[in-house]
Design a protein around this ligand. Structure first.
Ligand SMILES: NC(=O)c1ccc[n+]([C@@H]2O[C@H](COP(=O)([O-])OP(=O)(O)OC[C@H]3O[C@@H](n4cnc5c(N)ncnc54)[C@H](OP(=O)(O)O)[C@@H]3O)[C@@H](O)[C@H]2O)c1
Length: 292
């Protein structure tokens, strides 16, 4: 299969490129300057010439706080260009898997969000992603939209690496304890993507690891597991604070756990608990000198 992976140098995209290559597919992963999501028309013209069977769209404007002051860029990349890619797929008979986020929800529910729950984003980033979901499905109703959350992996920058770096330097850690979600490892997400592509699925799906925690609970688990594995960790405790003590430009949902029951039948095995995947990622990071 000929597969275009956009955002192929991002934290999730890097993992997608590696896995689709490993599976023997022909993978095209143009750099952002070669396929620029800030220019949806040129992007569509170029994408049309590539003649791929599948597009896996991991490109996104992901600066959640900066988006509050750069809404045009966020909407161009996350809505307009995502929609353009879907239109190209519709015109050329291609398929598309588009990645979305738990931040489309407002976090006011007290049970996990299902695919048919109505989004109500709180931030510019969340709005731009929700508009992207709609643009993709309008242009290509058979597209797959995979919403995930709290993503981390060995590539790129993320919360796990930040906690390890700060704790390694002995910095005090104060982390919010009143936002609840599910940390999710890129390697697990990619297995879910492959399963959906191989099943030729379509529609909205939620995928995260199993279970839930707060950012503070996640930080404490990172430190505990890293110490267990022999990482150099000087900071031994994490202070729990409320969101009000860590003000940021973008409002985050207080509760954004996703219900993953719809995707489970497509997967070869039960979705792993988030802490099990964290341990696997830490082991992989430990063995990877180039991943820092
Ligand atoms: N990170 C999370 O916690 C999280 C949670 C839920 C959902 N998601 C979703 O998961 C997907 C992947 O996110 P990620 O964590 O892998 O983010 P990431 O590391 O920031 O990757 C985003 C990718 O988009 C590319 N990109 C940005 N602007 C571009 C442009 N103008 N033209 C072309 N490419 C451009 C980036 O390239 P450069 O790096 O070269 O700019 C990068 O390759 C996104 O759809 C995101 O919304 C992420």
């Amino acid at each position: 299969m000929r597969v275009l992976v956009t955002g192929g140098n991002g934290q999730l995209g890097t993992e997608v490129v590696r896995e689709f290559n490993r599976l023997g597919h022909e993978v095209l992963a143009p750099l952002p300057e070669e396929l620029d999501f800030l220019d949806p028309d040129t992007l569509a013209a170029k994408a049309t010439t590539l003649q791929v069977d599948w597009v896996v769209n991991c490109a996104a404007y992901t600066h959640v706080d900066r988006a509050e002051s750069e809404p045009e860029q966020a909407f161009t990349i996350n809505r307009d260009s995502a929609g353009s890619l879907a239109s190209v797929a519709a015109e050329t008979g291609g398929r598309l898997l588009h990645v979305s986020t738990d931040f489309v929800f407002d976090g006011k529910q007290s049970r996990p969000y299902r695919e048919d729950d109505e989004p109500a984003p709180l931030s510019v980033y969340g709005h731009s992603k929700w508009e992207g979901d709609k643009a993709v499905l309008a242009a290509l109703p058979a597209a797959i939209i995979l919403r995930t959350a709290w993503v981390y992996g060995v590539y790129g920058q993320n919360f796990v690496k930040t906690m390890l770096r700060l704790a390694g330097e002995g910095k005090p850690l104060r982390v919010v304890d009143d936002q609840i979600g599910t940390p999710t490892w890129t390697a697990d997400i990619v297995q879910a993507m492959v399963a959906l592509v191989e099943a030729d699925a379509s529609g909205l799906f939620h995928y995260t690891s199993a279970g839930e925690t707060s950012w503070c609970g996640f930080a404490r688990a990172i430190l505990a597991e890293a110490i267990q594995l022999g990482f150099e960790i000087k900071t031994r405790s994490v202070e729990a604070i409320p969101t009000s003590e860590y003000p940021l430009p973008a409002t985050r949902p207080h509760y954004s756990v996703l219900d993953t029951r719809k995707i489970q039948p497509y997967l070869a095995s039960p979705i792993p608990p988030w802490r099990d995947s964290l341990i696997k990622m830490l082991k992989e990071l430990q063995a990877c000198a180039d991943c820092w």
